[in-house]
Design a protein around this ligand. Structure first.
Ligand SMILES: Cc1cc2nc3c(=O)[nH]c(=O)nc-3n(C[C@H](O)[C@H](O)[C@H](O)COP(=O)(O)OP(=O)(O)OC[C@H]3O[C@@H](n4cnc5c(N)ncnc54)[C@H](O)[C@@H]3O)c2cc1C
Length: 414
Protein backbone atom coordinates (compact mmCIF):
# COMPACT_ATOMS: atom_id res chain seq x y z
CA UNK A 1 0.00 0.00 0.00
CA UNK A 2 1.47 3.44 -0.84
CA UNK A 3 1.28 6.53 1.41
CA UNK A 4 -2.04 7.78 0.03
CA UNK A 5 -4.00 4.54 -0.32
CA UNK A 6 -7.31 4.72 1.51
CA UNK A 7 -8.08 1.66 3.60
CA UNK A 8 -11.75 1.01 4.35
CA UNK A 9 -13.03 -0.95 7.31
CA UNK A 10 -16.51 -1.75 8.48
CA UNK A 11 -17.10 -2.15 12.21
CA UNK A 12 -20.09 -2.17 14.49
CA UNK A 13 -18.60 0.50 16.71
CA UNK A 14 -15.57 2.74 16.31
CA UNK A 15 -14.02 4.49 19.28
CA UNK A 16 -11.90 7.61 18.85
CA UNK A 17 -9.18 7.76 21.52
CA UNK A 18 -7.31 5.06 23.42
CA UNK A 19 -7.32 6.67 26.87
CA UNK A 20 -8.94 5.10 29.96
CA UNK A 21 -12.50 5.69 28.64
CA UNK A 22 -11.86 4.44 25.08
CA UNK A 23 -9.77 1.41 26.02
CA UNK A 24 -12.17 0.26 28.73
CA UNK A 25 -15.21 0.61 26.46
CA UNK A 26 -13.39 -1.04 23.54
CA UNK A 27 -12.38 -3.99 25.69
CA UNK A 28 -15.86 -4.45 27.22
CA UNK A 29 -17.64 -4.29 23.86
CA UNK A 30 -15.25 -6.76 22.21
CA UNK A 31 -15.58 -9.04 25.24
CA UNK A 32 -19.35 -8.92 24.66
CA UNK A 33 -18.90 -9.90 21.02
CA UNK A 34 -19.27 -6.45 19.39
CA UNK A 35 -16.84 -5.76 16.54
CA UNK A 36 -15.05 -2.63 17.67
CA UNK A 37 -12.17 -0.57 16.26
CA UNK A 38 -10.31 1.73 18.69
CA UNK A 39 -8.26 4.49 17.07
CA UNK A 40 -5.43 6.09 19.04
CA UNK A 41 -3.39 8.88 17.52
CA UNK A 42 -0.15 8.10 19.37
CA UNK A 43 2.02 5.15 18.47
CA UNK A 44 2.15 3.93 22.08
CA UNK A 45 0.71 4.73 25.51
CA UNK A 46 4.01 6.01 26.91
CA UNK A 47 2.96 9.53 27.71
CA UNK A 48 3.78 11.43 30.84
CA UNK A 49 0.89 13.85 31.01
CA UNK A 50 -1.77 11.65 32.51
CA UNK A 51 -2.82 10.76 35.99
CA UNK A 52 -1.56 7.50 37.38
CA UNK A 53 -4.29 6.70 39.83
CA UNK A 54 -6.10 3.37 39.60
CA UNK A 55 -9.00 3.81 41.98
CA UNK A 56 -10.58 1.18 44.24
CA UNK A 57 -13.65 1.30 41.94
CA UNK A 58 -11.50 0.43 38.91
CA UNK A 59 -9.76 -2.34 40.87
CA UNK A 60 -13.23 -3.63 41.76
CA UNK A 61 -14.11 -3.73 38.06
CA UNK A 62 -10.90 -5.71 37.45
CA UNK A 63 -12.08 -8.12 40.14
CA UNK A 64 -15.53 -8.43 38.51
CA UNK A 65 -13.75 -9.18 35.22
CA UNK A 66 -11.59 -11.82 36.91
CA UNK A 67 -8.42 -9.87 36.05
CA UNK A 68 -7.45 -8.34 39.38
CA UNK A 69 -4.70 -10.76 40.37
CA UNK A 70 -3.06 -10.51 36.94
CA UNK A 71 -3.36 -6.73 36.90
CA UNK A 72 -1.78 -6.23 40.32
CA UNK A 73 1.37 -8.01 39.13
CA UNK A 74 2.40 -4.66 37.64
CA UNK A 75 4.62 -2.71 40.05
CA UNK A 76 2.47 -0.23 41.95
CA UNK A 77 2.37 1.86 45.09
CA UNK A 78 -0.58 1.67 47.48
CA UNK A 79 -2.23 4.79 48.87
CA UNK A 80 -4.52 3.99 51.80
CA UNK A 81 -5.07 7.55 53.02
CA UNK A 82 -5.11 11.03 51.51
CA UNK A 83 -2.76 13.36 53.40
CA UNK A 84 -1.72 16.93 52.86
CA UNK A 85 0.97 19.17 54.39
CA UNK A 86 0.02 22.80 55.00
CA UNK A 87 3.41 24.47 55.54
CA UNK A 88 4.55 22.09 58.29
CA UNK A 89 1.23 20.75 59.57
CA UNK A 90 0.17 17.38 58.27
CA UNK A 91 -3.55 16.67 57.91
CA UNK A 92 -5.30 13.46 56.94
CA UNK A 93 -8.40 14.06 54.87
CA UNK A 94 -9.33 10.75 53.27
CA UNK A 95 -9.42 7.10 54.29
CA UNK A 96 -9.88 4.25 51.80
CA UNK A 97 -9.44 1.44 54.32
CA UNK A 98 -13.18 1.04 55.02
CA UNK A 99 -14.42 0.88 51.44
CA UNK A 100 -16.68 -2.07 50.59
CA UNK A 101 -14.26 -3.23 47.87
CA UNK A 102 -11.64 -5.93 47.33
CA UNK A 103 -8.85 -3.33 47.32
CA UNK A 104 -9.03 -0.58 49.88
CA UNK A 105 -6.35 1.59 48.34
CA UNK A 106 -5.53 3.61 45.24
CA UNK A 107 -2.94 1.77 43.14
CA UNK A 108 -0.33 4.24 41.89
CA UNK A 109 0.71 2.82 38.56
CA UNK A 110 1.85 4.49 35.35
CA UNK A 111 -1.24 4.85 33.17
CA UNK A 112 0.55 3.23 30.25
CA UNK A 113 0.71 -0.05 32.24
CA UNK A 114 -3.06 0.10 32.73
CA UNK A 115 -3.73 0.88 29.04
CA UNK A 116 -1.26 -1.76 27.81
CA UNK A 117 -2.95 -4.27 30.08
CA UNK A 118 -6.38 -3.51 28.58
CA UNK A 119 -4.89 -3.71 25.06
CA UNK A 120 -3.35 -7.08 25.92
CA UNK A 121 -6.66 -8.40 27.32
CA UNK A 122 -8.55 -7.03 24.30
CA UNK A 123 -6.33 -9.05 21.95
CA UNK A 124 -7.90 -12.24 23.33
CA UNK A 125 -11.07 -11.27 21.45
CA UNK A 126 -11.09 -11.25 17.67
CA UNK A 127 -13.78 -8.52 17.77
CA UNK A 128 -11.19 -6.12 19.23
CA UNK A 129 -9.16 -4.10 16.75
CA UNK A 130 -6.82 -1.46 18.20
CA UNK A 131 -5.16 0.83 15.66
CA UNK A 132 -2.30 2.91 17.06
CA UNK A 133 -0.93 5.86 15.10
CA UNK A 134 -4.41 6.56 13.73
CA UNK A 135 -5.51 10.15 14.24
CA UNK A 136 -9.15 10.87 13.51
CA UNK A 137 -9.53 14.05 11.49
CA UNK A 138 -13.11 13.92 10.19
CA UNK A 139 -16.51 12.46 11.02
CA UNK A 140 -18.50 10.91 8.20
CA UNK A 141 -22.13 12.01 8.14
CA UNK A 142 -24.98 10.75 5.95
CA UNK A 143 -28.55 11.99 5.99
CA UNK A 144 -28.23 13.60 9.42
CA UNK A 145 -26.56 10.61 11.07
CA UNK A 146 -22.89 10.00 11.91
CA UNK A 147 -21.82 6.79 10.20
CA UNK A 148 -18.05 6.72 10.60
CA UNK A 149 -14.72 8.54 10.76
CA UNK A 150 -11.65 9.24 8.67
CA UNK A 151 -8.22 8.87 10.24
CA UNK A 152 -4.66 9.76 9.25
CA UNK A 153 -2.22 6.85 9.52
CA UNK A 154 1.43 6.45 8.46
CA UNK A 155 0.25 4.32 5.52
CA UNK A 156 -2.47 6.70 4.30
CA UNK A 157 -6.06 7.50 5.08
CA UNK A 158 -8.24 5.04 6.94
CA UNK A 159 -12.03 5.28 6.57
CA UNK A 160 -14.20 3.37 9.03
CA UNK A 161 -17.95 3.02 8.81
CA UNK A 162 -19.82 1.94 11.91
CA UNK A 163 -23.28 1.84 13.44
CA UNK A 164 -21.94 3.98 16.29
CA UNK A 165 -19.02 6.40 16.70
CA UNK A 166 -17.76 7.03 20.22
CA UNK A 167 -15.77 10.19 21.01
CA UNK A 168 -13.36 9.28 23.82
CA UNK A 169 -10.59 11.58 22.63
CA UNK A 170 -10.12 13.61 25.77
CA UNK A 171 -10.41 17.26 26.69
CA UNK A 172 -9.12 18.57 23.34
CA UNK A 173 -11.60 16.31 21.53
CA UNK A 174 -11.69 16.50 17.74
CA UNK A 175 -15.00 14.61 17.78
CA UNK A 176 -16.80 17.15 19.95
CA UNK A 177 -15.42 19.95 17.82
CA UNK A 178 -16.33 18.38 14.44
CA UNK A 179 -19.83 17.44 15.64
CA UNK A 180 -20.47 21.00 16.81
CA UNK A 181 -21.55 20.13 20.36
CA UNK A 182 -22.43 22.98 22.72
CA UNK A 183 -19.83 23.15 25.52
CA UNK A 184 -20.48 24.77 28.92
CA UNK A 185 -17.18 26.10 30.26
CA UNK A 186 -17.09 25.98 34.07
CA UNK A 187 -13.74 27.82 34.25
CA UNK A 188 -10.41 26.82 35.79
CA UNK A 189 -8.25 29.44 37.52
CA UNK A 190 -5.15 27.21 37.55
CA UNK A 191 -2.53 25.69 35.29
CA UNK A 192 0.02 23.02 36.13
CA UNK A 193 3.79 22.80 35.74
CA UNK A 194 4.51 19.09 35.45
CA UNK A 195 7.91 17.51 36.18
CA UNK A 196 9.51 14.43 37.67
CA UNK A 197 12.01 14.16 40.52
CA UNK A 198 13.54 11.00 41.85
CA UNK A 199 12.03 9.24 44.82
CA UNK A 200 13.94 7.72 47.71
CA UNK A 201 12.89 5.00 50.17
CA UNK A 202 11.35 6.56 53.28
CA UNK A 203 10.16 9.74 51.53
CA UNK A 204 7.11 11.29 53.20
CA UNK A 205 4.10 10.42 51.02
CA UNK A 206 1.86 13.51 51.52
CA UNK A 207 0.33 14.10 48.14
CA UNK A 208 -0.54 17.80 48.52
CA UNK A 209 1.74 20.51 49.94
CA UNK A 210 0.56 24.04 50.47
CA UNK A 211 2.72 27.11 51.17
CA UNK A 212 2.29 30.86 50.77
CA UNK A 213 1.10 31.45 47.17
CA UNK A 214 2.14 27.98 46.12
CA UNK A 215 0.94 24.40 46.03
CA UNK A 216 2.59 21.16 44.95
CA UNK A 217 1.01 17.78 44.27
CA UNK A 218 3.32 14.76 44.41
CA UNK A 219 2.23 11.49 42.77
CA UNK A 220 4.15 8.41 43.76
CA UNK A 221 5.39 6.57 40.65
CA UNK A 222 7.36 4.07 42.73
CA UNK A 223 10.88 5.13 41.68
CA UNK A 224 10.17 8.82 41.07
CA UNK A 225 7.74 11.56 42.02
CA UNK A 226 5.52 13.02 39.33
CA UNK A 227 5.13 16.56 40.57
CA UNK A 228 2.46 19.10 39.68
CA UNK A 229 3.28 22.66 40.69
CA UNK A 230 0.04 24.65 40.68
CA UNK A 231 0.13 28.18 39.22
CA UNK A 232 -2.54 30.78 38.46
CA UNK A 233 -4.03 30.43 34.97
CA UNK A 234 -1.69 31.99 32.40
CA UNK A 235 1.06 32.49 35.02
CA UNK A 236 3.75 30.29 33.42
CA UNK A 237 5.70 33.18 31.83
CA UNK A 238 5.94 34.96 35.17
CA UNK A 239 7.31 31.80 36.80
CA UNK A 240 9.89 31.42 34.01
CA UNK A 241 10.94 35.07 34.27
CA UNK A 242 11.72 34.61 37.99
CA UNK A 243 14.25 32.01 36.88
CA UNK A 244 14.92 28.32 37.45
CA UNK A 245 16.75 28.93 40.74
CA UNK A 246 13.71 30.68 42.25
CA UNK A 247 11.48 27.85 40.98
CA UNK A 248 13.69 25.22 42.59
CA UNK A 249 13.61 27.23 45.85
CA UNK A 250 9.77 27.19 45.74
CA UNK A 251 9.78 23.40 45.41
CA UNK A 252 12.27 23.01 48.26
CA UNK A 253 10.17 25.26 50.49
CA UNK A 254 7.08 23.13 49.90
CA UNK A 255 8.86 19.77 49.99
CA UNK A 256 12.16 20.01 51.93
CA UNK A 257 12.67 16.26 51.24
CA UNK A 258 13.44 17.19 47.61
CA UNK A 259 16.22 19.65 48.41
CA UNK A 260 19.01 17.37 47.19
CA UNK A 261 17.03 16.51 44.04
CA UNK A 262 15.77 19.81 42.63
CA UNK A 263 18.97 20.12 40.57
CA UNK A 264 17.53 17.28 38.45
CA UNK A 265 15.53 20.15 36.91
CA UNK A 266 18.33 21.33 34.65
CA UNK A 267 16.34 23.54 32.30
CA UNK A 268 12.77 24.60 31.54
CA UNK A 269 12.67 21.69 29.06
CA UNK A 270 12.32 19.43 32.12
CA UNK A 271 9.15 21.27 33.17
CA UNK A 272 6.01 21.04 31.01
CA UNK A 273 3.05 23.40 31.11
CA UNK A 274 -0.37 21.71 31.19
CA UNK A 275 -3.41 23.91 30.90
CA UNK A 276 -6.36 22.89 33.04
CA UNK A 277 -9.98 23.18 31.98
CA UNK A 278 -13.31 22.11 33.38
CA UNK A 279 -16.24 21.94 31.00
CA UNK A 280 -19.00 19.65 29.81
CA UNK A 281 -21.21 19.11 26.80
CA UNK A 282 -24.85 20.04 27.18
CA UNK A 283 -25.78 16.96 25.13
CA UNK A 284 -23.33 14.10 24.82
CA UNK A 285 -24.91 12.49 21.75
CA UNK A 286 -26.19 12.92 18.22
CA UNK A 287 -27.69 10.24 15.95
CA UNK A 288 -24.90 7.67 15.54
CA UNK A 289 -22.48 9.43 17.93
CA UNK A 290 -21.79 9.51 21.69
CA UNK A 291 -19.04 11.24 23.71
CA UNK A 292 -17.77 9.86 27.02
CA UNK A 293 -14.93 10.64 29.45
CA UNK A 294 -13.13 13.98 29.14
CA UNK A 295 -14.52 14.41 25.61
CA UNK A 296 -17.95 14.77 27.25
CA UNK A 297 -16.73 16.53 30.41
CA UNK A 298 -13.12 17.78 30.77
CA UNK A 299 -11.95 17.26 34.34
CA UNK A 300 -9.51 19.22 36.47
CA UNK A 301 -6.76 17.21 38.17
CA UNK A 302 -8.22 18.25 41.55
CA UNK A 303 -9.07 15.20 43.60
CA UNK A 304 -7.49 12.90 41.01
CA UNK A 305 -10.91 11.62 39.94
CA UNK A 306 -11.06 12.20 36.16
CA UNK A 307 -9.76 8.72 35.26
CA UNK A 308 -12.27 7.10 37.58
CA UNK A 309 -15.12 9.05 36.01
CA UNK A 310 -13.92 8.21 32.48
CA UNK A 311 -13.78 4.48 33.27
CA UNK A 312 -17.19 4.54 34.97
CA UNK A 313 -18.62 6.27 31.87
CA UNK A 314 -17.16 3.46 29.77
CA UNK A 315 -18.74 0.75 31.92
CA UNK A 316 -22.15 2.48 31.93
CA UNK A 317 -21.93 2.94 28.15
CA UNK A 318 -20.96 -0.71 27.57
CA UNK A 319 -23.82 -1.92 29.80
CA UNK A 320 -26.36 0.03 27.74
CA UNK A 321 -24.84 -0.28 24.27
CA UNK A 322 -23.64 -3.88 23.98
CA UNK A 323 -27.13 -5.38 23.48
CA UNK A 324 -28.37 -2.83 20.90
CA UNK A 325 -25.00 -2.95 19.09
CA UNK A 326 -25.22 -6.72 18.74
CA UNK A 327 -28.48 -6.21 16.84
CA UNK A 328 -26.86 -3.37 14.86
CA UNK A 329 -29.38 -0.74 15.99
CA UNK A 330 -28.60 2.01 18.48
CA UNK A 331 -31.41 4.51 18.81
CA UNK A 332 -30.96 8.02 20.15
CA UNK A 333 -32.88 7.04 23.33
CA UNK A 334 -30.17 4.52 24.23
CA UNK A 335 -27.51 7.22 23.84
CA UNK A 336 -29.57 9.66 25.89
CA UNK A 337 -29.83 6.95 28.55
CA UNK A 338 -26.02 6.85 28.89
CA UNK A 339 -25.90 10.61 29.43
CA UNK A 340 -28.78 10.46 31.94
CA UNK A 341 -26.99 7.75 33.90
CA UNK A 342 -23.66 9.63 34.01
CA UNK A 343 -24.78 13.24 34.29
CA UNK A 344 -25.34 13.20 38.06
CA UNK A 345 -21.83 11.90 38.97
CA UNK A 346 -20.29 14.27 36.41
CA UNK A 347 -22.10 17.33 37.77
CA UNK A 348 -21.40 16.40 41.39
CA UNK A 349 -17.69 15.76 40.74
CA UNK A 350 -17.19 18.93 38.72
CA UNK A 351 -19.05 20.96 41.35
CA UNK A 352 -16.65 19.62 43.97
CA UNK A 353 -13.61 20.45 41.78
CA UNK A 354 -14.84 23.96 40.95
CA UNK A 355 -15.58 24.60 44.64
CA UNK A 356 -12.07 23.48 45.67
CA UNK A 357 -10.31 25.45 42.96
CA UNK A 358 -12.32 28.65 43.50
CA UNK A 359 -12.60 28.65 47.27
CA UNK A 360 -9.29 27.16 48.31
CA UNK A 361 -6.64 26.97 45.59
CA UNK A 362 -7.37 30.43 44.18
CA UNK A 363 -6.98 31.86 47.71
CA UNK A 364 -3.77 29.92 48.28
CA UNK A 365 -2.26 31.29 45.06
CA UNK A 366 -3.30 34.90 45.60
CA UNK A 367 -2.97 35.56 49.33
CA UNK A 368 0.28 36.73 50.91
CA UNK A 369 -0.69 34.80 54.06
CA UNK A 370 -1.08 31.09 54.41
CA UNK A 371 -4.86 30.56 54.25
CA UNK A 372 -6.47 28.97 57.26
CA UNK A 373 -7.72 25.51 56.53
CA UNK A 374 -11.43 25.41 55.68
CA UNK A 375 -13.35 24.21 58.75
CA UNK A 376 -14.63 21.01 57.08
CA UNK A 377 -11.02 19.94 56.45
CA UNK A 378 -10.07 20.67 60.06
CA UNK A 379 -13.07 18.70 61.27
CA UNK A 380 -12.32 15.77 58.98
CA UNK A 381 -8.69 15.73 60.11
CA UNK A 382 -9.76 15.64 63.75
CA UNK A 383 -12.64 13.11 63.52
CA UNK A 384 -11.12 10.06 61.84
CA UNK A 385 -14.42 8.32 60.84
CA UNK A 386 -15.34 11.39 58.76
CA UNK A 387 -12.29 10.67 56.58
CA UNK A 388 -14.26 7.79 55.10
CA UNK A 389 -16.53 10.27 53.27
CA UNK A 390 -13.80 11.83 51.05
CA UNK A 391 -12.35 8.31 50.81
CA UNK A 392 -15.61 7.13 49.30
CA UNK A 393 -16.04 10.10 46.96
CA UNK A 394 -12.49 9.83 45.61
CA UNK A 395 -12.20 6.05 45.77
CA UNK A 396 -15.58 5.08 44.32
CA UNK A 397 -17.07 8.26 42.90
CA UNK A 398 -20.67 9.40 43.24
CA UNK A 399 -22.16 6.55 41.20
CA UNK A 400 -19.99 3.44 40.92
CA UNK A 401 -20.79 1.20 37.97
CA UNK A 402 -20.58 -2.60 37.73
CA UNK A 403 -19.91 -4.91 34.81
CA UNK A 404 -23.20 -6.14 33.33
CA UNK A 405 -21.91 -7.09 29.86
CA UNK A 406 -21.42 -10.77 29.00
CA UNK A 407 -18.10 -12.43 28.19
CA UNK A 408 -18.49 -14.31 24.90
CA UNK A 409 -15.19 -16.05 25.64
CA UNK A 410 -11.75 -15.60 24.12
CA UNK A 411 -12.02 -15.81 20.36
CA UNK A 412 -8.45 -15.02 19.31
CA UNK A 413 -5.28 -17.01 20.05
CA UNK A 414 -3.80 -15.74 23.33
C1 LIG B 1 -2.18 17.63 34.62
C2 LIG B 1 -3.31 16.68 34.85
C3 LIG B 1 -3.16 15.68 35.81
C4 LIG B 1 -4.21 14.80 36.05
N1 LIG B 1 -4.04 13.87 37.03
C5 LIG B 1 -5.07 13.02 37.30
C6 LIG B 1 -4.92 12.00 38.30
O1 LIG B 1 -3.89 11.88 38.97
N2 LIG B 1 -5.97 11.16 38.48
C7 LIG B 1 -7.13 11.25 37.77
O2 LIG B 1 -8.06 10.46 37.99
N3 LIG B 1 -7.28 12.19 36.81
C8 LIG B 1 -6.28 13.07 36.55
N4 LIG B 1 -6.44 14.01 35.58
C9 LIG B 1 -7.67 13.98 34.75
C10 LIG B 1 -7.55 12.80 33.78
O3 LIG B 1 -6.31 12.83 33.10
C11 LIG B 1 -8.68 12.75 32.76
O4 LIG B 1 -9.91 13.02 33.39
C12 LIG B 1 -8.73 11.34 32.10
O5 LIG B 1 -7.50 11.05 31.49
C13 LIG B 1 -9.83 11.25 31.06
O6 LIG B 1 -9.74 10.04 30.35
P1 LIG B 1 -10.24 9.92 28.84
O7 LIG B 1 -10.00 8.53 28.42
O8 LIG B 1 -11.60 10.49 28.74
O9 LIG B 1 -9.32 10.95 28.03
P2 LIG B 1 -7.71 10.94 27.81
O10 LIG B 1 -7.02 10.30 28.95
O11 LIG B 1 -7.35 12.35 27.50
O12 LIG B 1 -7.52 10.05 26.53
C14 LIG B 1 -7.88 10.50 25.25
C15 LIG B 1 -7.07 9.72 24.23
O13 LIG B 1 -7.51 10.09 22.94
C16 LIG B 1 -6.38 10.24 22.09
N5 LIG B 1 -6.78 11.16 21.02
C17 LIG B 1 -6.99 12.49 21.11
N6 LIG B 1 -7.38 12.98 19.92
C18 LIG B 1 -7.42 11.93 19.07
C19 LIG B 1 -7.76 11.80 17.68
N7 LIG B 1 -8.14 12.85 16.96
N8 LIG B 1 -7.68 10.59 17.10
C20 LIG B 1 -7.29 9.50 17.81
N9 LIG B 1 -6.96 9.57 19.12
C21 LIG B 1 -7.03 10.77 19.75
C22 LIG B 1 -5.31 10.79 23.01
O14 LIG B 1 -4.01 10.57 22.49
C23 LIG B 1 -5.58 10.01 24.29
O15 LIG B 1 -4.87 8.81 24.33
C24 LIG B 1 -5.41 14.90 35.31
C25 LIG B 1 -5.57 15.89 34.33
C26 LIG B 1 -4.53 16.79 34.11
C27 LIG B 1 -4.72 17.87 33.08
Amino acid sequence: MNATTAEKIQATCTIVGGGPAGMMLGFLLARAGVKVVVLEKHQDFLRDFRGDTIHPSTLELMHELGLLREFLKFPHGKVHHISAVIRTTRVQIGDFTHLPTQCRFIAMMPQWDFLNFLAEQGRHYSAFDLRMNAEVTELIEQAGRFVGVRAKTPTGELAITAALVIGADGRHSTVRERAGFIVDDLGAPIDILWMRLSRQPGDDDAFLRIGVRKALVMLDRVDYWQCAFVIPKGGADEVRQRGLEAFRADIMELAPLLKDRVTELQSWDDIKLLSVKVDRLREWYRPGLLCIGDAAHAMSPIGGVGINLAIQDAVAAANRLAGPLRTGQVGIEVLAGVQRRRMFPTRATQRMQVFAQNNFLRRVLSSSKLPTLPWPIRLINRVAPLQRIPGRVVGLGFRPEHIATPDVGATAPT
